[in-house]
Design a binder for this molecule. Sequence first.
Ligand code: UD1
Length: 411
Amino acid sequence: MKIMVTGGAGYVGSHALLKLLGANHEVAVFDNFSNSSPDVLERVRKLAGANFRIYRGDIRNTAYLEQSFAEFQPDAVMHFAGLKSIGASNDQPLDYYSQNVTGSIEVLKVMQRHDCRHMVFSSSATVYGECGDLPCDENHSLQPTNPYGRTKYFVEEIIRDWTTSWRDASAVLLRYFNPVGADPSGQIGEDGTDTPNNLTPHIARVAAGLSDRLNIYGGDYDTIDGTGERDYIHVDDLAQAHLAALDYAGQRTGCEAINIGTGLGTSVLEMIAAMEQASGRHVPYVVVPRRSGDVARSVATVDKAERLLNWTAKQGISNMCKTAWDWQTGQHAGKRGLKPQRLIVCDERKSAILETRTLGIEKPRTSSLTAGNAINVDVLCQVSVKPKRTSVIEGWHPRVLQRHAQQAHPD
Ligand code: UD1
C-alpha cells in the first residue's frame, strides 16, 4: 500500500514509519518539523534501508498538501501531525484547535479529493477524561478535561462523520494510553524540540543527572501508593498496532475507536523504581501538589484491540525503561546525555552528612561534598524523613512514606 504519514518525524510517527518500511509499504512523510528534526528521518532511512519521499510543510497549507497527494497518490493516511502538550493547550487553545482540528479537516478533504479512503488516526486516552477505578473500555463516556483532549475528541467525531458520509472510507481511531520507550536500535526515540512534560523523559533526565529531582504531582490519590497510575505502552508495540490497524482499515468501511495499552496500571513510584533498576542510578523526587487536569488512574481495556486487530502488547515496564535509558544516554543523545550523579544523604536538619556516593562516571570525591554545594541535598534531606515523623508531611499516602524511608536507607 502507499501510505502518507503526517507527522512521521515525531515520536510515535517515526517508530510507525520504521515498521511500515519494514513491511515493504511505499511511504511518504508530510511534516513541518515544528517539534522534530529532519535528521530523525535520515536515521529511519538508514535503519530501514529503504527510501521515502519527504514533504516539508504544514497540513493547513492546503495547496502544498494537495500537491503532495497529487504526486504520491496515497491509498491511506496515518495521521500523527498535531500538537500534544496538555499544558500548552490550556495556554494557547486556539493554536491547538487550529493545528489539530483545522489541520485534520484539511487532510480529510484532500484525501477525499484524491480518492484516498483509509485513515489511521493518532488519538489519545485523554478523550475519556476520568475513567474511574475500572479499566476504561471504548464505550466509556468521552469527557476530556483540557483543550488538547477536546481537539482529539472533536477530530474523532469529525472522522466518524466523514466515514458515515463517504461510504467507501474507513478509519481506525487509536486511543493511545501512555507511550514510552524507544526503538531497541537506540537510533530513534522521544526527541521533541519542546521540553517534555510527561513522566518518563523527566525520570530519565533525573536519573541521568541533568535535573536534580523529579516532581511527583500528587501523593494522595486513591491508587496503589498514592501517586498517579497509568497504562504505559512501549512505543514499539504501539507502532506495531498501527500496522494492524492499517490492515484492518484497508479491508473495511466505517470507523472504529480502539484502545492501545497493556491493560496494566503502573504508579509514578513504580515507574521510578523501574528506571532506577534499568539505569543503575538514583531518581530523587519530591511530592508536590497535584497537577491541574490530571486524573488518578488511566488504564485501558484491551480486548477490542485483540479481537479486531489481533494485536496485544508484548513488552513490559522494564524494557520500556531500558530502551528509554539507552536512548537518553546513547549515540544520538545530543542535549540529553549523562552526568555523574552525586548523592548525599543527610539527617533531617541538614546538620550531618550520613553518606555520600557517586553514580555514573566519576569516583566519589568526599572532600568536596558538603551540604552547601551538593546536588540533590534538599531532596535527600526530605527522603531521610522517617515514617514516625508523618506529621510534617501530612496527607501523603503511607506507601509514599514507606518508599521515602527505603530511599533514605537504600542499602
Ligand atoms: C499523557 C500526555 C497526554 C496524552 C496522555 C495519554 C503529556 C503532558 N500528557 O498524559 O498528551 O494524551 O498521556 O496518552 O504529554 N507525572 C509526575 N511528574 C512529572 C510528570 C508526570 O508525577 O514530571 C505524573 C502525572 O501526574 C501522571 C503520570 O506521571 O500521574 C503520567 O503523566 P504524563 O506522562 O504527563 O501522562 P498523562 O498525564 O497521562
